[in-house]
Structure formats: C-alpha cells, structure tokens
Design a protein around this ligand. Structure first.
Ligand code: ATP
Ligand code: MG
Length: 642
C-alpha cells in the first residue's frame, strides 16, 4: 500500500507532467522495446508513426523512477526495417519472381529505432506539495512498452523552466520544427555565467554556414553585457555585415551593445617599436626590392636598418609613430655613408659596392625611389599616428585593452570587430603580416589578462578568429621561424593559460586537420557543420564524438548548397539538454525573424530598443545584403579612442 504522500508523488500532475502527458497534444512515435539500457533505448515504432520522419527526431518518455517520475529525452539516431519473411530463403525465391510477398511485404514490416539518451529530469513534489523538476540520470533501464513521444516546444519549455532566463535558440532540432534550447554562458561568475572561460571550435567545409553560425552565436553572447567580444575577421564579411544571414552590427546595437569596427588597413597601428618596423620591411619585400635577396643577408639588413632608423629618428627628435616624411631618404643616405653597416650585410667587397651603388641610384632616380617608398610606407603606415594617407590610427594595444578595461566585472563591455583584410593595402594577401598582427593581439590579451588576474579580476572576454586555417598551422616545427608558426605556438600556449584569466577563444576553420591538435584538445564546445567526411577528418571527428550512432547522423547531413539548410552537430556544454555529453543536432535558423521571435532579448518586436534603455535608433532590418545597416552603422561608429 502506498502512503498518501507517496501516492501524491507518483500521481500528482503539476504543470510539467500535465504538459508531458497531455494525451491530446502528444504525438506517440513508439514504445520501448528490447534490448534497452540506460544510454541506448530500442524503440518499436508504432504503425501510425511509420510514415513520419523519425531519424533525428527528438523524443521523450516518462517513466516511474524511485517513487516519482523521470522524463528521458533523446534523439533517434538510427531506424531499421525488418521483415522476417523477407529474410526467409524460401520466400526470397518468390520475391525474386514477383517483386514482393502478397500480404507480407510492407504489412509485416517492423521498424525499430535507436534512441540515444541525452538528458533526464526527475519530476517530483517537494514538502509543500509543489512540483519541481531537476537534472538527473536514468538509474535503471526502462521497462518495455513505455510510450515514446515526439518532443514539442512546450515540453522542452516545461522541463527547462528553471533555465528559462538563460536559454537562447539558434535553430531547430535537426529535421523537426522544434526549437533547440541552448545556454551560452558568459565566462564570469553570477547569473548566466559559467564561472570560467572555455574555448570553442567551429568546423565545416566552405559554405557550410560557419560564419553564419558565428554571427548568431555572437549575437547570443551579446546578451551578456559584461562580456567583451573581439571578432577578428580576415575579410570584409563581418566588418561590413556583407554576406551574413542578417545584419549583425545592427542587431548587436539593437540588443543594446556598443559596436566598434577597426580596419587594419586604415585605422590600427602597432606598438611603437622600430625593430618591428625593420622586420616588417622584410615582410613587405623592401629588402628584396633594394637588392638584398638572400634570407640570411635580409636578416642582418633588418638589424642594420633598425640601427639607422633609430639614429635618424633620434636626430629628428621623433618616434616611429610620428616619423618624418623623409625617413627613408635619411636612412638610405646613412647606409650609403656607413661602410661598416654595409659590410655587415655583405662581407664580400664586390657585393657591398653593388649594394651601395644600388642605394645611390635609388636616391637619384625618382621613379625607383617612389617604388621603394611604396613598400617602405606599407610597413611604416602600420606604426604611425597619422599615416601617409592621412588616416588616424588607434594603437592595437588600446583596442585590446579597451575590451577588458571595464571598471567592474558587471560594466558593459564593447564589441569590437577587427578587420585584418588589409583591403587596399600592399599586404592584402600577405598572411605573414597578418599572422604577426594576430600574435601581437594574442600577446596583448595575454599580458592584459595576466595583469587583471593578478589584481583579482577576470576578463570575461571571447575572442573569435574566423578562417583560422589561414593563420594557424596544424604543426609547429622547431626550425620554422615564420610568423604563422610562431602564432601557432602562441595559440597553443594561450589556449592552455588564458582560460584562467576568463579569456576564451573561438576558432572557426574548415577542417580539423588544419588546427593544431593541442588546440583541438583544449576546445570544450564544438560545432561541426557539413563536410568533415573525408577519411582523416572523419577519424578525428570519431575521436571527439565517440558515439557511432551520432556520427552516422552527422554523416546524413546534406550539403547546404543544395537545400540552403545549415545543419550542425554540437558537442560540449552548449545546452541544458547536453549534460550527458551526447552531441546535439541542430538546423540553424535561416531567417533572422525566426531568431528574433525565439529570442526576445534581440528586440525582435520590430521596434528597436536597447535593454539598457540607451535609446538605439529604430531602424528596419534590411534583407540579406545589409547595405543599409552598414551605412547606418558607419555613421554611428564610435570615434577612435586613443
Ligand atoms: N543560418 C543561415 N541562414 C541563412 N543563410 C546562411 C546561414 N548560414 C550561412 N548562410 C549563408 O550561406 C552562405 C555560406 O555561409 P558561410 O559564409 O557562413 O559559410 P562558411 O562555412 O563560413 O564558409 P567559408 O569557410 O568559405 O568561410 C553565405 O551566403 C551565408 O550568408
Ligand atoms: Mg566563413
């Protein structure tokens, strides 16, 4: 006999159970079959559901558990048809002749599905007889015959009521119209915080929707005002809102955030450092142009030119950020007159004299001089307060530290887009210069992060790097002195150390093979889009995901080019539904309206309003090209803050 309170626990139907067991709305898919255990449940599909799309469906079942109930949620990864008559050798002869078995083909089919358990929630009543619901695990395998239903939005809302303030929706559960709940936590403590930083990876072949996903993820993180976001973008896509599924900058501003954009080509300068300038001259091909071709000689030329630059600057009482216009002429003149310096570059007399002659002709031939100056200026512009084109430039270090310099951990931080495309400059396609810059950024973050940490603060900052494969190498060889190799080392190091400062990195790249294994090993949250199906990629994915059923569902993704759907498999703590570690399968929203309707914090009502009430301008969203927003955004871009 059950006592009254025990009977209450089992029979009481509060809000959650009423939703879950609502016979009118529930769509039964099947019943628990055999064999089933606590992580994988066999489901016998009901005839009424046979024609439905079952694979990928998210389903739930409610079971008696420890004197109360437990709701189990999972995704159907595999469906199988069996028909024993079709397996019988005698009947296969008939099939061969007639094409089917009368009364047995199709009718005698049995469909079995495999459900991978994703999450479980105990539904119980407390002392005050109030229903509550909490994450749990399935303590025993389910009994056969229990009904399995398709998940609905209201089922997930009821189960995740406790998390409702932190839920964001980026898309639908793969192959269903149900919204997938995510919780993308900031890196600080307190409401909505994970209490620590984590690193993120986004992978998928070109066109799989990684940048689109990154835009949505960024907007989702943007709800955490205390979180600084730095988005490093290798082409104009993010800094100008072009070719994203929606105008991101505008959406961020409408969510009440301050957005700043800096273009490396015209708005950013490097630390005042003449030796780095001399080094950059090498990357800009200046030494090659003036006749020093051999890498070893170039290396010495860097030192020699550095010494001359310093001398010239001291004489002019200037620094590299305010270098006089005739700096190159002065340096070349100094070099021609300094035989010791030339001797360091070329010990052989003949070569040395050739070089001096080359410098002399450069100084006397205006056309030649101008060509050299273009290369010189490419490097110099990156250090100047006001560059040769009249652009005012903000120090990179300031840009980085402004992200993390909030007076307190709850103050609103800016969102910064750093466009390193170099459009319109001579180093447009020079990945080495960009790698050097990224290294500078990573160093600045590291140093500032370390400082803040010593002061007992944490950064709460996410740095996203789109198209990481262009700058980061998969391997670092000891003898590789390239900027890309050094940057890779820097990142390998950073992903290990910066987490404790509250600094997380997001690497967006096309293949797993393109990212250093040590970096991949440090990624906690991953999103895998279409296309990692080549042998080695799949092998590595298998290592990360583990579950073969999940992998087979991943393999069923269709190329977005054919249907404009953008499916992703998420692993790691992306959602309150993923606490068992099973991957989640999501179809990204393809219309901004869907995202806005699901996530009220972005101000999707059609009226613009910042959460902080700072009066953002009401502006309509544009369609895909986002030009209108670019213009608006550029008008309101905050001035440089030197
Ligand atoms: N969720 C989405 N909804 C609608 N359109 C999208 C979505 N995601 C991406 N797209 C569009 O699909 C195209 C390709 O997507 P995207 O640029 O994100 O690919 P990618 O994976 O970043 O490719 P690459 O590796 O070449 O950078 C773009 O035109 C983009 O606007
Ligand atoms: Mg992209």
């Amino acid at each position: 006999m059950l006592t009254t309170s025990e009977a209450n626990r089992v029979n009481k139907r509060g809000k959650v159970l009423s939703v879950l067991l609502d016979e009118m709305r529930a769509n039964p898919i099947g019943v628990v079959g055999s064999p089933s255990d606590t992580t994988e449940i066999t489901i016998d599909i009901l005839e009424s559901a046979e024609a439905q799309r079952i694979r990928g469906q998210m389903v739930y079942l409610v079971l008696p558990h420890d004197g109360c109930r437990i709701a189990v949620i999972g995704q159907i990864s595999r469906v199988e048809t069996q028909n024993r008559w079709h397996q019988d050798m005698a009947f296969r002869g008939i099939i061969k002749r007639q094409g089917s078995l009368p009364h047995l083909s199709e009718r005698a089919d049995v469909r079995t599905a495999t459900l991978t358990v994703q999450a479980a929630f105990t539904i119980d009543v407390d002392e005050r007889d109030e229903e509550f619901c909490r994450e749990d695990m399935l303590g025993t395998s389910p009994g056969t015959g229990a009904r399995v239903y398709a998940v609905r939005d209201e089922v997930l809302s009821a189960l995740l009521e406790r998390h409702k303030d932190e839920l964001v929706y980026l898309g639908n559960v793969f192959g269903t119209p149900v919204k997938m709940p995510f919780s993308l936590r900031h890196f600080g403590k307190g409401a909505g915080g994970a209490g620590e930083a984590y690193h993120i990876g986004v992978f998928g072949k070109t066109g799989s929707g990684k940048s689109g996903l990154a835009a949505y993820v960024l907007l989702a993180y943007a709800r955490h005002k205390q979180m600084g976001l730095l988005f490093i973008v290798p082409q104009g896509q993010f800094s100008s809102d072009r070719d994203l599924p929606f105008p991101l900058h505008l959406a961020l501003r409408r969510a009440g955030r301050e957005v700043r954009v800096y273009k490396l080509a015209t708005q950013v300068r490097l630390r005042e450092d003449a030796s780095q300038f001399a080094e950059l001259l090498r990357k800009a091909n200046f030494y090659r142009f003036v006749g020093i071709k051999n890498p070893e000689n170039q290396e010495i030329a860097v030192e020699v030119v550095y010494a001359c630059v310093r001398k010239a600057l001291t004489e002019a009482k200037a620094k590299i950020d305010t270098a006089p216009a005739d700096l190159m002429r002065t340096v070349l003149t100094l070099l021609v007159e300094d035989s010791k310096a030339l001797e360091r570059i070329y010990t052989g007399k003949e070569r040395r004299e050739q070089l001096a002659e080359r410098f002399r002709s450069l100084l006397s031939d205006p056309d030649d001089f101008r060509d050299a100056e273009i290369l010189w200026q490419t490097a110099l512009d990156l250090f100047q307060k006001v560059d040769s084109k009249g652009n005012e430039r903000t120090p990179l270090w300031n840009i980085v530290s402004s992200l993390i310099a909030g007076a307190s951990e709850t103050d609103s931080q800016p969102i910064v887009f750093l466009d390193i495309s170099g459009e319109g400059t001579a180093f447009k396609d020079d990945e080495e210069i960009k790698a050097l810059l990224l290294k500078e950024i990573a160093t600045a973050l590291d140093v500032e992060g370390g400082k803040a940490f010593q002061q007992g603060r944490r950064l709460n900052c996410l740095v996203a790097l789109d198209e990481a494969h262009r700058y980061v190498r998969a391997y670092t060889r000891g003898d590789d002195a390239s900027e890309m190799a050094q940057l890779t080392k820097k990142f390998v190091d950073a992903v290990r150390t910066t987490r404790k400062y509250g600094l997380g990195y997001m690497f967006i790249t096309q293949t797993l093979a393109s990212l250093h294994r040590e970096i991949i090993g440090q990624l906690r949250l991953n999103a895998f889009g279409f296309g990692l199906t080549m042998g080695s990629e799949l092998g590595q994915l298998e290592e990360i995901v583990g579950d073969p059923e999940a992998l087979s569902l991943y393999k069923s993704f269709v190329d977005p080019q054919s249907n404009r759907q953008f499916p992703f498999m998420f692993t790691g703590p992306a959602s309150p539904l993923s606490f068992t570690g099973m991957p989640l399968f999501v179809q990204m929203f393809t219309k901004f309206d869907e995202f806005a309707a699901a996530n009220p914090f972005v101000g999707g009502s059609g009226e613009a309003h910042g959460e902080n009430g700072n009066g953002t301008v009401p502006v309509p969203f544009t369609t895909s090209n986002g030009f209108e927003s670019v213009e608006l955004f550029q008008k309101t871009r905050s001035a440089d803050f030197d």
